[in-house]
Design a protein around this ligand. Structure first.
Ligand code: NAG
Length: 166
């Protein structure tokens, strides 16, 4: 009434009764499941955030009268919406790499899986790792294989012989 504001309530409390000319602000503690993290002149505490297990979150830190719940990310998920570098409010499942790809970097709680195409000559059925094609030695490719083994050998022999004979 005299142009001065009522004193604020501390963290963990809200206003039960405004001050009067004769008395200060009356404050009350936040009920279970609610919190107040700043000095305030409010009448209601904030409801605590709940961490939704069905959406890849778990309680990292329980709600107190002065701090909200902190949620973190379950295995197999990564955070899409980080709060304060600590908590998370939204997650997504790690991607699976497609056939023909490998996992270049596994997903973490902060980042999705990084996939990479297999190099030529490699294959991947499961999208996990790439395996080299096997060279088929049975079905008529023996001659070309021998060619690749014997040609360098032949060249070496010629080189060696010419070296020795001057
Ligand atoms: C949170 O509180 C619940 C119930 O009181 C308890 O079971 C759980 O262990 C607590 N979690 C943490 C992270 O403190």
């Amino acid at each position: 009434n005299d142009g001065q504001c009522c004193p604020m309530c501390n963290e963990g409390r809200v206003v039960q009764k405004d001050c009067t000319v004769y008395s200060g602000t009356q404050c009350r503690f936040c009920d279970l499941g609610t919190f107040m993290n700043q000095p305030n002149g409010l009448y209601n505490c904030f409801p605590c955030t709940s961490c939704d297990t069905g959406h890849g979150l778990f309680v990292k830190q329980n709600c107190t009268a002065t701090t909200d719940t902190v949620c973190d990310v379950l295995n197999g998920y990564y955070c899409k919406d980080l709060i304060d570098s600590n908590g998370c409010s939204l997650t997504e499942k790690h991607s699976h790499c497609a056939a023909g790809q490998r996992i270049k970097e596994p997903g973490t709680s902060r980042s999705d899986t990084v996939c990479e195409d297999c190099q030529p000559g490699f294959f991947s059925k499961d999208g996990v790792s790439c395996t080299a094609w096997k060279v088929d030695v049975v079905c008529g490719r023996t001659s070309s294989q021998h060619y690749f083994v014997f040609l360098p050998f032949l060249l070496c022999s010629v080189a060696f012989t010419s070296l020795v004979t001057g």
